[in-house]
Ligand binder design. Structure first.
Ligand SMILES: [Fe+2]
Ligand SMILES: [Fe+2]
Length: 188
């Protein structure tokens, strides 16, 4: 049901989503290294969400009769100079990803693949949220400036973010997980 061109494009996007996860994990490690655990938490949750974006698309490729192909994941940047620089990077990255998703929709349309076009709508909606939330944190970090107590408050606030699987998504579809082996707080 998936054309070869569509399969290749979706596999390319799976790779970009995994790269996004890698990038945010790198940012989480950076924030951890400068003892900003709330920022580190926000980035780690973000990395989890990107992994889900990748897996949701991976599962779609499989269910639509394609074969998922794992490509090399580019190494992300290692360090940033400030929270503002990191969040400017997040915002720019999310804007670029929105462009990639729109290009995928364009391919689905040119391939007359209505199912994939519909599937991608979830990603378009998700990108609106991702651009909004990263822009919000970017503005917050800009407003903090060099005020240390404001920075501490922002760090506390970002520490409240929690991971949630999207409705209906099963990360481990091959069978129920035995009790006591859940993945920490990553619960539905
Ligand atoms: Fe994503
Ligand atoms: Fe994203």
């Amino acid at each position: 049901m998936l054309s070869e061109k569509m399969t290749e494009a979706l596999n390319g996007q799976v790779n970009r989503e995994l790269y996004s996860s890698y990038l945010y994990l790198s940012m989480s490690a950076y924030f951890e290294s400068v003892k900003m655990k709330g920022f580190a938490n926000w980035m780690r949750v973000q990395a989890g969400e990107e992994l889900v974006h990748a897996m949701k698309m991976y599962d779609y490729v499989t269910s639509a009769g394609g074969r998922a192909r794992m490509l090399a994941i580019e190494a992300p940047q290692f360090a940033w100079t400030s929270p503002v620089e990191a969040f400017q990077h997040v915002y720019n990255h999310e804007r670029a990803v929105t462009g990639l998703i729109k290009a995928l929709v364009g391919i689905a349309i040119s391939e007359k693949d209505k199912a994939t076009e519909n599937f991608l709508q979830w990603y378009l909606d998700e990108q609106v949220e991702e651009e909004d939330s990263s822009d919000m944190v970017l503005n917050k970090t800009k407003a903090v400036g060099s005020d240390l107590s404001a920075l501490k408050a922002a760090d506390n606030e970002l520490g409240q973010r929690r991971f949630r699987f999207p409705r209906g998504f099963d990360m481990f579809p091959y069978g129920a997980q035995p009790e006591g082996t859940t993945i920490g707080s990553l619960k539905k």
